[in-house]
Design a protein around this ligand. Structure first.
Ligand code: C5P
Length: 223
């Protein structure tokens, strides 16, 4: 029975882009739709898990049966994630902005006739890496995503080690694939054991399959 696979388990999922403010009316963002992350949260809830979905600004409908926490920026997302630990497993599907504007302006930046303003950027915290390296509250299973446009699997393998996560779900987000914003995904699951190339499937189907694998890993006591 699919509805009991994750009964009694707590799962955290991040989804969507982050918005990094420039001033009160402008921000830096990316093309993440939140479709894959939201589908994973929905599938985990359907499998009986208690799910916290921490989402950046998206247009996709709220999944049923999850606790939804809306955030804007990477810093807000990190704080919300830390607030909701401990969990049994965490899936980081959000496309977190790598950089934010060092000091967002409190007022709308005006054209002053002296040319374009220079935006100084600073690096955002890496949420996945912070949770995977957490000294006391590391979930038993930490799953990251890797959106790449080239060398998808080699980059994902390196990323798994660098980030300290257990699995990486890697996909090719080159515009020609139509994956970003689309309903279909073609992923490679990179684990400590090796790489599985999954057939192209709907994001809902990829989510169900990933949730079943997570349930198996949690039941097996390892990953
Ligand atoms: O380094 P890169 O952004 O490619 O890594 C992608 C993975 O790391 C995704 O799982 C993403 O959710 C996570 N990530 C994060 N915080 C960041 C950057 C990426 O959690 N600041």
């Amino acid at each position: 029975d699919e509805g009991v696979l994750l009964k009694g388990r707590r799962l955290l999922v991040t989804s969507g882009p982050t918005h990094e403010p420039i001033d009160p009316v402008r921000y830096i963002a990316n093309r993440s739709s939140g479709k894959q992350g939201h589908a994973i949260a929905a599938a985990a809830a359907a499998a009986g898990a208690e799910v916290v979905l921490i989402s950046g600004p998206v247009d996709v409908p709220d999944p049923r049966g999850v606790t939804l926490v809306r955030v804007e920026s990477a810093q807000d997302m990190l704080a919300a994630v830390e607030e909701h630990l401990p969990v049994d497993a965490a899936v980081f599907a959000a496309a977190v902005a790598d950089w934010r504007v060092a000091t967002a302006s409190g007022q709308k930046i005006k054209k002053d006739g002296e040319g374009a303003p220079a935006l100084a950027l600073v690096e955002n915290p890496d949420i996945l890496s912070a949770v995977a390296h957490h000294r006391t509250l590391r979930p038993r299973l930490v799953v990251g995503f890797a959106a790449e446009t080239e060398n998808v699997v080699p980059n994902a393998k390196a990323k798994r080690l660098r980030k300290g996560c257990d699995w990486i779900v890697a996909n090719d987000v080159s515009p020609a694939t139509g994956i970003m914003g689309g309903d279909v995904n073609t992923v490679h699951l990179v684990t400590g054991e090796g790489v599985e190339d999954w057939p192209s499937a709907s994001k809902a189907e990829v989510a169900r399959k990933l949730v079943a694998r997570i349930a198996g890993a949690l039941a097996g006591g390892g990953e």
